[in-house]
Design a protein. Sequence first.
Length: 376
Amino acid sequence: MDAEHSTPDRTTPQPRRGRSHDPEGRRSAVLEAARRLFAAQGYKGVGIRAIAAEAGVAPGLVMAYFGSKDGLFREVVGGGTGVTEGVLDDPSVGREELPHALAHDYLDRWDRLPAHDPWPALIRSGLSHPPSAELLSTILDRQVSEPLRRLLGDCDAADARIAMIRSVLFGVIMERYLFAHEPAASVPTGTLEPVLADVLTAALTGRIPERRAPEPDPAAALRPLAREAPGASGPAVFAALNACAAHYRTLIGRVVKRHGISLAAFEVLSALHATSAPYRRTMGEIAAAGAVSAGGVTQQADRLVEAGLIERERDGQDRRIVHLRLTPAGADLVGRVAEERRAHERELLAGLVPVEQRQLAALLDGLGRSMTEGQG
């Protein structure tokens, strides 16, 4: 039989397709990209195309995995920090100790909340996005209401007690961590924790804990009082911010220049160092963090690779994704510059007492959120 009509040899290896056959890996990449972007920009600020680009996949694949942006968002926030994380169901914690254990665990976890945790995005989105509000209510029912109902049983006013505990916990999130309202944002955790425990004790048991009044502090009268800032118009506020930012960047630019790199290059190194070991991120993640523009990241990365301060690495699951990783020399440089930088920052803030510094940080955080939300 001639070659034209011969039967193909089924044992001959067929050429492999160019696309990756790792659906679980690509699905995980989409979830990680969505978690980062939702946390940074909220539900409304992120589109399917942006998530797909960050994950290195086609937008249609995101839709195939999750059906819609809502479906993807629900999947992402379902794995967040949550509210009580099992404390209410812990059999080792008795009812008398529960308010104190809950207050400690709650404040500790939210004080250390990872930058990419999706819960803040879920709460902010719930204010204007009904599906997010519904999901938030469902999670609160599962994590707070149901274990409390098992704990309280047929207790008098059980519904009212559950409602109050939910309101207290959720209110702390809003006041202290999302909006940074004063005085909640500036109260030290060690001071707030026993007071929160008292409130939770009253809500859970109906008993108001008795506390002796603290002894007078003779040194309190000697401490400087926080000064009231004079009123200022919008242009004056932003003129002052611009002047401070320009002065700060000039000063820090001189610090990093002594180490042979530019301020933009150091910001790329800092963005990498801000993650945990092995200190690596994609260029898209660095740009999304606001350190340097997307085009600037590529330019600075070339110089930093040449200087031996970072390395480029292909993703183990998807070769199309490139990570930047700090080398030991890069990590050492960040540490040395950061030490000098902190010394200069302390000098710059020397004119403000600690409470003013905390208030300033809270005000700037609130301004930043207002500006971000205003762009949505």
